[in-house]
Design a protein around this ligand. Sequence first.
Ligand code: PEP
Ligand code: MG
Length: 566
Amino acid sequence: MLKGTGVSGGIGIGRILLAENHSLEYEPVQVTDTETEKRRFHNAVDRFCENTRSQAEALRISAGEKEADIMLGHISIVTDPFLTGEVEKLISSGKCAEASFENICEMFIQIFSAADDDVTKQRAADVTDVKAGVLRILLGIEEADVSGAPAGTIICTKEITPSMMSKINKEKIAGIVTETGSTTSHCAILARVMEIPAVMSVPDITDMAKNGDLAVIDGNKGQVILSPPEEQLKSYTEIRERLMRERRELEQFRGKPTVSADGRRYELVCNIGKPEDAAAALEYDGEGVGLFRTEFLFMNKTSVPTEEEQFQEYKKAALILKGRPLIIRTLDIGGDKEIPYLGLENEDNPFMGFRAIRYCLKNRDVFKAQLKAILRASAFGNVSIMFPMITCVEEVRKGRALVEEIKSELKAENTAFDEKIKVGIMAETAAAGITADLLAEESDFFSIGTNDLTGYTMAADRGNADVSYLYSALQPSVVRMIKYIIKAAAEKGIPVGMCGEAAADPMMIPLLISFGLTEFSVSAPSVLRVRKYISSWTKERADKVAEKVMTLSTEQEIREYLESVL
Ligand code: PEP
Ligand code: MG
């Protein structure tokens, strides 16, 4: 059995088709006629854009609108004036188009890959795809053709590209296995959307597999089995059928309200990073957006986006959601989210430093432009404002005072906005948890950010492997913190949701139902699964489970107990 990274779940059983792509290696050369070299670069970019447009059209049919739009996003990357300007500068210094373009792409890839969050890592993967696509054109290398693959094919290749994915007939492809790639790459996302099991980063798979070999791909465990024995093949065939049944079962929850077994109604919304994700939220049957992480609008830029630019983005999301909730979180930078052009100083302790609301309250121009953009967008939908990293009442008061100031300005300018816009906070620091009663007096709603709340409560950085055993939302301290926050919100009569990863954790869901959470904000692909989990609990049963959990002393006891009741 061979190990890789499972990037798209499910079991694929079929015959190997080796799709060889030629190496993109080249000898960099010095150029003297730099103007001709620049033209060569721009011609390659033009051809890349042309190819990308037709591939996006193919994807619109096989994978849907959103995937086609991601593909079209590659055009914005390759035509970004900053990127092309930097490439031209390198060409002017005598570097060939290949080396100049590759160097600049590598610079972006390094910046984006250093981020901890998946959305920025995704940008690194997109730039990697763009880099390969343009280099292929510059080097005149054709790509392997997988369009005519017969039914039951497992594509096996060193690297799969978005353009190969756009040519796939998903009904015919049983699985994909590659030597490179990761969960966040666009091809991995495409494989998930097309529901094709895929395992990436399997070392030397193209040397080991032969055309026509029977193979099993386990996209859940990240395993590949070449020429499986009869027994194993039989057991995998059974697993595949069970998984397909489960998938069909989840589909039954599409278009249904989110209700517990005793008929209590919950709100099930999504976390997004850009306006277009609002469409994906709806495609996955989300009921709105519980967290719009606006920092991503600031990240892939060279300067702060203007109020007008931001307004257009927020308005776009509001219009897509057509009156469904849209909670826009104000800029949450610092910590693991870096924005180079803001020129923030290096800190010894960035997670405890000058980040999020702290930065915004000190940089009023940046904060004001964002709040004004959100307020203007509120005229186009059901928009709320949410402040991140709140630790004390003063921060909420100052933020709200600024919102009021901008409202007066907008009124004076006769600009439309929602006068009753709600202003809430992320409950994601230990301080916010402990003073949830005080903060509830000042906020229209809470959203519990367990990703940070777990870290700040346990004083454990989730990026640090040595302390990762402490980083769990099932730690007794974190469970108590969550319970207390929900209770404080309920006592003050404000709604409370959760937008951290724990909101989609089946072990956490009975506790959240028992404590009285009313809104779950999860990643779009988790929507149907969470709706199903919620539908399996009554308040009475959830209360019994929660009561028992509150008597347990360790994370392990809590985890084992919850596993036993699920
Ligand atoms: C959280 O901290 O749980 C959260 C949702 O915010 P982020 O992951 O963006 O820090
Ligand atoms: Mg957070």
